[in-house]
Ligand binder design. Structure first.
Ligand code: NDP
Length: 252
């Protein structure tokens, strides 16, 4: 594939992300609290989660294995970051939430598989077939250092915030409650905030246009969902904290 074709695909991919953002503002993705009876065909939520997330790990790994020099430090390092995230999301996270997992609409599973195959492939293809590679000095470049730091900070925020929700869920007899503590004091969805920071960190560390497109997609998926969650909390709990924002502390 020529570079021109690849970058044209990235532009189209970004345009679809922007369209999805507006669509999701009006129609929340039908899983979790937003899965309604209108979406007739659903499968077990925990299995759905594994099926839809795992293709991203496979697609990225495929391009890594096909690369010319897979032993290069940066090739291996970015592979490890990607695979660690998706191993956690596909298996550990799915298992942690399995006893309370709601059915997931089939449309989410299918669109998630397609999204993850494309996203994992674009990111793997750019890193292993288009990128000119990284000199050793990239290791000391502030863009790389800040990017890697943001990746781990975002991962930590996301992990802790998801854990707080799952604890609240177990303590409340598998009902929804008002999450409190740490970043929940400022926003309704710190898990989404952490996820956005994590992928922004990956994009900075790699300098990959495919990774920046993924940041756009993460915002397109998670900002409308955070706004829907925030509205849902306010309707559901009359004592929901007034000053709390949806996803970006003090701003949105
Ligand atoms: P949610 O915050 O909607 O839910 C996370 C888990 O906590 C679910 O099991 C949910 O149950 C439960 N839960 C949520 N709120 C409460 C509450 N107030 N009380 C009790 N239990 C609660 O996250 P998502 O399911 O949308 O996403 C899960 C993870 O996947 C997140 O970390 C997110 O960042 C990531 N993700 C990333 C995307 C990307 O584009 N990069 C896209 C989508 C998700 P239930 O499911 O029954 O509502």
């Amino acid at each position: 594939m020529t570079h021109e074709i690849f970058y044209t695909i990235i532009l189209v991919w970004c345009a679809i992300a922007i369209l999805s953002f507006f669509a999701l503002l009006f129609i929340p993705a039908p899983y979790g609290r937003h899965n309604t009876k209108e979406w007739r065909y659903s499968i077990n939520g925990a299995i759905g989660w594994v099926l839809l997330e795992f293709p991203s790990a496979i697609a990225f790994l495929f391009f890594y294995l096909a690369a010319d020099d897979p032993t290069d430090f940066f090739s291996l390092f970015f592979l490890l970051l990607w695979e660690a995230h998706y191993f956690h999301r596909s298996f550990i996270f799915a298992l942690r939430r399995k006893e309370a997992a709601k059915p997931m609409a089939l449309v989410i599973v299918i669109s998630g598989i397609i999204f993850n195959l494309i996203n994992g492939s674009l990111n793997g293809y750019w890193l292993y077939f288009i990128s000119p590679g990284y000199p050793k000095s990239w290791l000391y470049n502030p863009q790389f250092i800040i990017g890697v730091a943001l990746f781990f900070i975002g991962f930590g925020i996301n992990f802790v915030a998801d854990e707080q929700l799952l604890k609240l869920r177990r303590a409340g007899g598998y009902r929804y409650g008002i999450p409190n503590g740490l970043l929940y004091r400022y926003i309704s969805c710190p898990n989404y905030f952490g996820e956005i920071i994590e992928w922004l960190g990956f994009a900075l560390a790699t300098g990959s246009p495919a990774a920046y497109a993924f940041v756009l997609w993460t915002c397109a998926n998670l900002i409308p969902r955070a706004l829907s969650h925030h509205q849902w909390y306010k309707k559901q709990f009359l004592d929901y904290p007034e000053e709390r924002k949806a996803v970006i502390p003090f701003i949105l």
